[in-house]
Structure formats: C-alpha cells, structure tokens
Write a protein that binds this ligand. Structure first.
Ligand code: IPE
Ligand code: IPE
Ligand code: MG
Length: 245
C-alpha cells in the first residue's frame, strides 16, 4: 500500500530555519480583488499571521519577525494609517484570544516613541501576557525601519564614545549586532516576501547579510501552512556557503 506522504513531513527537522523574517505584503491587493476595503485585507492578514506563527512554532522555528508597519508607511493616507493603528491596537489588546494557549512570546520591535500611549499600553500588556511562555518568539515590527535601527545603534555608540565609555576601536560587528532589536534571538536564516514584490523595503537590513530569500506571488492573507512548508523545503535545498567554498 502506498500512502501519499504529507508535505509537512518532507521538512528535515534537523535543518529548520531558526529565525524567519516575513514581509506581510499584498493585503491591499487581496482586498481590492474581492471588492473589499483595504482594511479588510489588513484584518485578514492579521489572521494569517497567527496561523503561520502557530504552524512555525509546531515545527521548531525559534523566532518569526513579521513586518507589520514600516517607518515609511506613515506616508500613506491618514485614513489608512488610522485603520492600521486601530487594527494593531485591537490585535494587541486581544492577545489572550490571539495567542492564549499557543506558548508564543510576543514582542514588538521598532521605534515605539512615535506610537500613541494607547498602543504603547497595549504593547506592554501583550508582551507581559506572553512573557512567561517558552515557545517561538514573535517579533512584530511596528514603526520599524532597518536604517532607523542602524542609525539608532550608531547614535548609542557615539554617545558612549562622547562620554568616554568606549573608544572608536571598540566598535565591532558583535557590538553593533548587540544593539539591534534582534540581539537575543538567532540569526535570520530566511526572509519571505509574498505578493510578487522583490525588495526588502527597509526590512532587517543588518540581519539580512546572509539570509536566504523566498518570494511568491501569493498575497499575504492567502498565505497558507502549505506555502510556508514549501518555503522551508526550498530553503533546505540551498547551499549556504557564507563566503567559503
Ligand atoms: C502590507 O500590505 C501591509 C502593510 C504595509 C501595512 P499592503 O497594504 O502594502 O498591501 P498592498 O501592497 O497595497 O497590496
Ligand atoms: C513593506 O510593504 C512593509 C510592510 C509589509 C509592513 P510596503 O507595501 O510598504 O512596501 P513597498 O512600498 O511596496 O516597498
Ligand atoms: Mg504593499
């Protein structure tokens, strides 16, 4: 008797990417195709994130960093920015429903100073609620920009030098890595961008140095566990040389 092997079983458990970055793109186009407002696409995208994160946790991924709002997304029409902020607030506020029982640790990365007090409180609540979990770390990148992250690190080092706490020759890659939002999670192994765009859009610039990339035409709300499985299977076929031969 032949049984068709489930696709997920073709993942090599010994070579699962430890940290996956996801650029959650295509929400607007997903909604437009269905004659829905863009906000409906963002809502659907938020549901997809939960599903994908739970799946990643179940196969042994240690960290997912999900790009939810970039430092450039403020340049969208105010109505869209407001809708996105409302959605993010509700998502964080409903952390019990979203992530209760999943063992996922939720963290927000990015420049929180530009976010409202209301959202900052919701972030504190969500982080606190999941802080004793022991599973996958979900970094939600909110008002995040890779250049902003590197600039902030440069300012911190410059301030230390000005105060005489460090010397210019103390600046190493390790020092700078330790100043990034990702300092306590594994290296980014894989970056996924759906929706048919082939760019980073300011996502994880420092961390992407040796990440593998995976692109697909699917809009983020339609992204399934099967797509994630395919991305990981393709990742496992890559020969990561890190400059060696
Ligand atoms: C990604 O979806 C979500 C955010 C950038 C907040 P988009 O809103 O960019 O969707 P498209 O690219 O217009 O389809
Ligand atoms: C990147 O998507 C940001 C997020 C997914 C949060 P965008 O839709 O903002 O990127 P561009 O403008 O197409 O590069
Ligand atoms: Mg987009």
């Amino acid at each position: 008797m032949f049984f068709k092997k489930k696709v997920v079983e073709t993942i090599d458990p010994g070579n699962v990417p430890q940290h996956i970055g996801i650029i959650m793109d295509g929400n607007g186009r997903w909604a437009k195709k269905r004659g829905l407002p863009r906000s409906a696409g963002h809502r659907a995208g938020a549901e997809t994130l939960k599903k994908i994160v739970v799946f990643c946790n179940s196969i042994g991924v240690k960290c997912v960093t999900a790009y939810a709002f970039s430092t450039e997304n403020w340049n969208r029409p105010q109505s869209e920015v407001d809708a996105l902020m409302d959605l993010l607030y509700n998502y964080l506020q409903q952390v019990e429903e979203q992530f209760g029982g999943t063992n996922v640790i939720l963290r927000v990365i990015g420049d929180r100073s530009a976010l409202s007090d209301k959202i900052n409180k919701a972030i504190d609540h969500a982080e606190e609620y999941t802080s004793s979990n022991t599973g996958l770390v979900l970094n939600v990148a909110l008002n995040y920009g890779g250049r902003d992250e590197i600039t902030t690190a440069a300012k911190a080092v410059a301030a230390d030098i000005a105060e005489g706490k460090r010397k210019p020759e103390d600046i190493t890659e390790e020092l700078l890595s330790g100043l990034m939002y990702t300092k306590d999670v594994p290296e980014v192994d894989l970056i996924i961008r759906p929706s048919g765009e082939y760019r980073l859009s300011n996502f994880l610039l420092w961390q992407a140095a040796y990440a593998e990339f995976w692109f697909s035409n699917i809009n983020w709300p339609d992204f399934s566990e099967k797509d994630m499985t395919q991305a990981i299977i393709d990742y496992q076929k890559r020969n990561r040389r890190f400059g060696k031969i």
